[in-house]
Design a protein around this ligand. Sequence first.
Ligand SMILES: [Zn+2]
Ligand SMILES: [Zn+2]
Length: 324
Amino acid sequence: MGSRQRWTEPESTGTAAVSHVRRDAYLITLVVLPVLALAAAVVAVWGHGVGPADLVIFAVMYAVSIFGISVGYHRMLTHRSFRCRRPLFLALTLAGGLALEGPASLWAAEHRRHHKYADRPGDPHSPWAYGESLPSLARGLLHAQVGWFYTARRRSVRRHWVPDLLADPVVRRMDAAYPAVVLLSFALPALAGGLATMSWAGMWSALFWGGLVRYAVVHHVTWSVNSVAHSFGGRAFDTRDRSTNVRWVALLTFGEGWHNWHHAEPTSARHGVLKGQFDASALLIRGFERLGWAHDVRWPDPARLARRLTDHLATEREAPSGLP
Ligand SMILES: [Zn+2]
Ligand SMILES: [Zn+2]
């Protein structure tokens, strides 16, 4: 019953109605264009393959974008998992911008709202928004992946969710410079391709692979945390939401797919806390800390971690068999 209907977005404080123009712009840049780019990439690989220069440029731009989102936008700006020196702060905020997922403060505002209401009405992108049945989940996964960019009638208000970021002049300036960062995100791979091959063809080719295709892949890899890592995979900790751990998502997102612990302890600088959970972003933060560039890093407390694991096992034992 009601499985085709999404739960209503509460008109709570902290959200505002979003204009048609903005929704259309999101539809084009966040939903349609990446799908077209991915389709074009498949056709291009089929026809001509992809050269070594393009592969290297793609890989570098991918790594910068994913670390920019994971370490910069997410762990540093949204959750304040560590503090760092200004040049590194600026570099990580810029790297996050290069992923083309919006200005830092807007990204952080939507994400803080996600944590507050995770998998309940008010969560901007829960895969459970349409209900529990299989068709509802399929629709919910699409909603969590990209659908919400267009269908959401309300957006997070920055003044409400990220006043700390708005008070930071570096974040404000980077927000204002976002259109230039978008240009840079395409100009950098194009320039690298042109210089590497000393040809116009090499420039266009790198613009396609390192710019357009990379942005599409980075987007869908990031959004899979919102969809897949709230639906499938294991849960080692009790949280009020349905966050999970998914190994392939964690590998592609450099650690963000260990999403269950992240919802248990959102400010933790490490997401992969259990044995065998490789977390490249935590490794990078550790490197910054060793170099003296990052400080006040919130590493998980082993005693607290152990307690939360035991709590979860106890709940599992108490649950009647046959029920999740
Ligand atoms: Zn989440
Ligand atoms: Zn988070």
